[in-house]
Design a protein around this ligand. Structure first.
Ligand SMILES: C/C(=C\CNc1ncnc2c1ncn2[C@@H]1O[C@H](COP(=O)(O)O)[C@@H](O)[C@H]1O)CO
Length: 268
C-alpha cells in the first residue's frame, strides 16, 4: 500500500483495540463457526476413545429405581467387555451408566447439553464436554459408538433411539446394534411399530430386525459383542475381496487361474 492507503497501525493493534457493537455474535455466519468449533472440540476429545457404547435413558430415573441399578450394571459389564460408555452426561440413567463405568475403572464419557435448567455434567463423567447444539452432540453419540443401549425414557430418549434407527435404515451407519432394555416399557412401542407402522406399509419387516428387546444385562452385552464380531468379519471379508480385486487388476493371469479353479471345482 502507498500514499493514503498506508495504514499506520498493525492488524493486531486493530484487533486488540477494536470496540463496537456486538450484534455480530448472534449472526448465522458466527453461529456456523461456533458449530464448527463444537465439531472440532468433540472430534478432538473423542478421536482416540476406542470401542464404545452409547447408553440412553430418562434424565428423571431415581437412584432407587431398578432401571438405575440395571444401567449401572450394564455399564460395568460393558467396561469388562472392553467398551467405553458414552452418555448424555446428565442425571438419571445417564448418571447411573457413568457411575457404573467409572467405578469399574473404565472410560466414562458424558456429552452434556446446555439447557436453561441444566445442572451440568454428573459427577461420574470422567471425559466430558457440554454442547450448545443437540445436533452436534448427536453426531458424537453415533460416530464414536459401536452400538446403543436404550433404557426407559421420555422424548429425549425416543429422539436418540429413532435417530439411530433412521441412520441404520437409510444405511448411513452399517451394523449398528440397538438394544431396548425393559420389555414391559418398550413392548408396547414394538407392538405399535409392527401392528400399525409395518401394517400400514410405513416401514418394512426387516426394519424391525434393527433392534432387540431384553430384560437381561448379560443378553444386552452379548448382543452387542456378537454384532461387533459380525461387523469385524464382514469388514475383513470386504478388505480381502478388495485386495484380491487390486491384485487381479494388476495381474490378469491370476484372475484367469482363479476362474479355472472355480470352474474345475464346480465340475462344470
Ligand atoms: C430433565 C432434567 C434434566 C435434563 N438434563 C439433561 N442432561 C443431559 N442430557 C439430557 C438431559 N435431558 C435430556 N437429555 C438427553 O435426552 C435423553 C433423556 O431424555 P428424557 O426425555 O429424559 O428421556 C438422554 O439420553 C440425554 O441424552 C431434570 O432432571
Amino acid at each position: 500500500m502507498r500514499r493514503n492507503q498506508v495504514q499506520h497501525s498493525t492488524s493486531e493493534q486493530r484487533l486488540l483495540d477494536s470496540r463496537g457493537p456486538s450484534d455480530w455474535v448472534h449472526t448465522d455466519p458466527w453461529r456456523v463457526l461456533r458449530i464448527q468449533s463444537e465439531f472440532i472440540e468433540g472430534f478432538g476429545m473423542l478421536a482416540e476413545l476406542g470401542a464404545a457404547i452409547s447408553v440412553f435413558g430418562s434424565a428423571r430415573t431415581k437412584p432407587d429405581d431398578p432401571m438405575y441399578l440395571a444401567a449401572e450394571e450394564l455399564a460395568r459389564k460393558l467396561v469388562a467387555s472392553g467398551y467405553a460408555v458414552i452418555t448424555g452426561g446428565g442425571p438419571g440413567v445417564m448418571e447411573a451408566a457413568n457411575k457404573g463405568a467409572s467405578e469399574a475403572g473404565g472410560v466414562s464419557v458424558g456429552l452434556g447439553i446446555e439447557l436453561p435448567f441444566e445442572n451440568g455434567l454428573n459427577e461420574w463423567v470422567d471425559i466430558g464436554m457440554n454442547f450448545r447444539y443437540f445436533f452436534t452432540r448427536k453426531t458424537m453419540f453415533v460416530k464414536y459408538a459401536q452400538g446403543f443401549v436404550v433404557m426407559p425414557g421420555g422424548f429425549g430418549t425416543l429422539d436418540e433411539l429413532f435417530e439411530a434407527l433412521t441412520l441404520a435404515q437409510t444405511r448411513k451407519v452399517t451394523s449398528f446394534p440397538v438394544v431396548l432394555f425393559g420389555s414391559s416399557y418398550w413392548g408396547g412401542l414394538a407392538d405399535w411399530l409392527r401392528e400399525t407402522m409395518l401394517a400400514d406399509g410405513k416401514i418394512s419387516a426387516a426394519d424391525l430386525d434393527m433392534f432387540t428387546i431384553t430384560d437381561s444385562v448379560d443378553e444386552a452385552v452379548s448382543y452387542i459383542i456378537k454384532a461387533a464380531e459380525l461387523a469385524d468379519a464382514a469388514a475383513e471379508e470386504a478388505a480381502s475381496a478388495a485386495a484380491q480385486q487390486v491384485a487381479e487388476a494388476e495381474n490378469p493371469a491370476a484372475r484367469e487361474r482363479r476362474e479355472e479353479r472355480r470352474l474345475g471345482s464346480d465340475g462344470s
